[in-house]
Design a protein around this ligand. Structure first.
Ligand SMILES: [Fe+2]
Length: 265
């Protein structure tokens, strides 16, 4: 792990294949029999996916670590911040199941090659629904917020989710065995990313993602990620940030994508 910060535990971050390749060009799991000097499209797609998954992991860590210390006046802001995590995971996995995975299976010509990943989604679906129900009930005043309750719910699904987020990266790398059949993989990933992004409220969950991306991760390898046009990055940092700035005080990174040395609480 190259990042040392308050949001890299308890759920471990993913080392991207691109960064692994730079350190040791021949040690990538399913591709050990090949030597690379530059990332190919499988490394690039798997690394992009790892960056998205790391947003989720940093965000979940920030929620887990701060949940017990939320002051009464900050509860609503924290609950809204925590709800964004659910929405990102939900939209992302829904998009994978309905669009990305079926397209990958179609390209490969083999049915069921992504099924293992879908089955993994079911290992934490119930826990995630319980998580958002608790948050909504607290926001609606049906429940009194208790950090220990939120943590107990995350304990039910967090590790299964984290394991899945790690393992999916290996599945994507493994697609290399389909070679030419996968020649439009990168294009497919781009369409999937655009569809996902369009479903996220810009001043809400989309911003949440930006503020949980550490631009210094892996020695700055991802400093220009996500690949959003400069005006969009400007909008997020200088305009959208202020719409819910009380939510973003809990984020793992500041509005410039710099990992915070200490979390808010
Ligand atoms: Fe994913």
């Amino acid at each position: 792990m190259t990042t040392q910060g308050p949001a890299d535990h308890p759920f471990e971050l993913i080392q991207t294949p691109t960064s692994q390749l730079r350190q040791s060009p021949v040690t990538l799991a399913d591709t050990m029999w090949l030597t690379y000097s530059e990332p190919n499209q499988f490394h690039r797609c798997a690394s992009e996916m790892a960056c998205v998954h790391n947003m989720m992991l940093r965000g979940l860590n920030s929620i887990y670590l701060q949940a017990p210390y939320i002051k009464a006046q900050d509860e609503k802001s924290f609950l809204h911040y925590s709800a964004c995590f659910y929405q990102l995971v939900h939209v992302h996995h829904d998009g994978e199941e309905k669009m990305l995975f079926p397209l990958i299976e179609e390209m490969s010509g083999e049915k069921g090659i992504m099924q293992h990943n879908v089955e993994q989604h079911h290992t934490f679906d119930e826990g995630l629904e319980k998580y958002i129900k608790y948050i909504r009930d607290c926001l609606d005043g049906k429940e009194a917020y208790q950090g220990s309750n939120l943590i107990a719910i995350v304990d039910e699904f967090g590790q299964n989710l984290a394991d899945h987020l790690h393992e999916e990266i290996m599945t994507i790398l493994g697609l290399e065995k389909y070679r030419d059949k996968m020649k439009s993989l990168e294009e497919t990933f781009e369409k999937f990313a655009n569809k996902d992004t369009a479903q996220l409220p810009p001043a809400g969950t989309l911003s949440w993602g930006f503020f949980n991306h550490d631009r210094g991760y892996e020695n700055g390898l991802w400093k220009n990620w996500p690949p959003a046009p400069a005006p969009v990055v400007f909008m997020v940092r200088y305009v959208l940030f202020w719409v819910h700035s009380d939510w973003w005080q809990f984020a793992s990174c500041d509005k410039y994508g710099k990992l915070r040395e200490r979390l808010f609480t």
